[in-house]
Design a protein around this ligand. Structure first.
Ligand code: NAD
Ligand code: UDP
Ligand code: UDP
Length: 319
């Protein structure tokens, strides 16, 4: 082990990856950010370029990567439905071939490897809230399958590399997360509602808005990543990381309208295919590691709204 820990972050120029790179640099690590900029942007990490402990490499994780590192955070994968359904074959390749390559790299170097898995592995759950032991209810051939099944197969690979090759793994199942650096136009609910409210456009609720999600603020989530990565060797996960406070989509729309002071009206649109009706993490296991989200929705929304106010939304949405 080197005195300065060399940490690879795949998908490091994305929403979560950029926050993670910043956190790792603050913690004194040497950070290698790998990204093909499919959904990420150099602007997310531009402020880190020039830091002697930060390096950025344009690379697609579906191809092999030979580096010498101590830890890997494997985040590369588009996360919003619009992005991952844009090229679904590439999404599956990124999850599956990306996992094989990063696990091969971990195996060769002896690095510890963290996987950004997702609550989508539970599909449209029949169990509520979802504990890690719930095996899920996933459609293998629907529009979300490239992402859901890709991430499920990645988990399979992680556990097989762990059992077969003794690779040290940490698998996190991330639930809906929001915060500054989210893509303004990736179609996710928090970014949609905030940008619509700030532009005084109608707030688009899909379905009747009674479906629920639990929203975790990004800083809380990144704390969870670090705690899980530094946990005892026998802790492999999967571990749910998310905020267990559940809101209906209609409640979220109302909070955003109030906090932005917007004059937007609410309109209703058809619910997309395979849209889960309820989602809330059981975080008992994460709590046992000493992690629990502390940032309440209103506080996190205010920071996120402040971030979106710095963007030229009229220009972004004209393109
Ligand atoms: P994001 O789209 O902002 O970031 C993904 C990053 O991966 C982008 O920078 C993108 O350019 C990069 N990427 C995509 N394909 C790649 C490839 N083949 N090679 C190299 N880089 C590639 O998404 P995010 O919200 O930051 O999500 C990060 C990870 O966390 C993803 O794996 C996602 O599945 C997982 N996750 C996120 C959430 C959430 O709410 N944000 C929830 C569950 C899981
Ligand atoms: N790999 C990589 N970097 C490395 C080592 C391996 O990208 O430092 C890739 C390589 O493409 C390989 C894959 O990881 O195909 C899986 O590696 P593993 O050693 O498990 O399998 P094998 O080399 O036998 O296919
Ligand atoms: N949603 C909505 N209006 C929007 C965008 C999303 O009502 O403008 C709904 C969507 O149908 C889903 C929930 O909000 O029920 C969360 O959607 P998102 O795409 O953010 O995440 P996921 O479905 O992956 O949890």
């Amino acid at each position: 082990m080197h005195i300065v820990k060399r940490v690879l972050v795949t998908g490091g120029a994305g929403f979560l990856g950029a926050h993670l790179c910043e956190r790792l640099l603050n913690d004194g690590c040497d950070v290698l950010c790998v990204d093909n900029f499919f959904t990420g942007a150099k602007s997310n990490v531009a402020h880190l370029i020039g830091n002697p402990n930060f390096e950025i490499i344009r690379h697609d994780v579906t191809f092999p990567l030979y580096l010498e590192i101590d830890e890997i955070y494997n985040l590369a994968c588009p996360a919003s439905p619009i992005h991952y359904q844009h090229d679904p074959v590439q999404t599956t390749k990124t999850s599956v071939h990306g996992a094989i390559n990063m696990l091969g790299l971990a195996k060769r170097t002896g690095a510890k490897i963290f996987q950004a898995s997702t609550s989508e592995v539970y599909g449209d759950p029949e169990v509520h809230p979802q504990p890690e032991s719930y095996v899920g209810s996933v459609n293998p051939i629907g529009p979300r399958s490239c992402y859901d099944e890709g991430k499920r197969c990645a988990e399979t690979l992680f556990f097989d590399y762990y059992r077969q090759h003794k690779v040290s793994i940490k698998v996190a199942r991330i639930f809906n997360t929001y915060g500054p650096k989210m893509h303004p136009n990736d179609g996710r609910v928090v970014s949609n509602f905030i940008t619509q409210a700030l532009m005084d456009n109608p707030i688009t609720i899909y379905g009747d808005g009674s479906q629920t999600r639990s929203f975790c603020y990004v800083d809380d989530l990144i704390d969870g990543f670090i705690i899980l990565m530094n946990s005892a060797d026998e802790v492999t996960g999967p571990i749910n990381l998310g905020n267990p406070v559940e809101f209906s989509i209609r409640e979220l729309a109302e909070r955003v309208i109030e906090l932005t002071g917007s004059g937007s009206e609410i309109i209703f649109k058809p619910l997309p295919g395979d849209d889960p009706k309820q989602r809330k993490p059981d975080i008992t296991k994460a709590k046992e590691l000493g992690w629990e989200p502390v940032i309440q929705l209103d506080k996190g929304l205010v920071s996120t709204i402040d971030y979106f106010k710095t963007l030229d939304l009229e220009y972004i949405f004209k393109k």
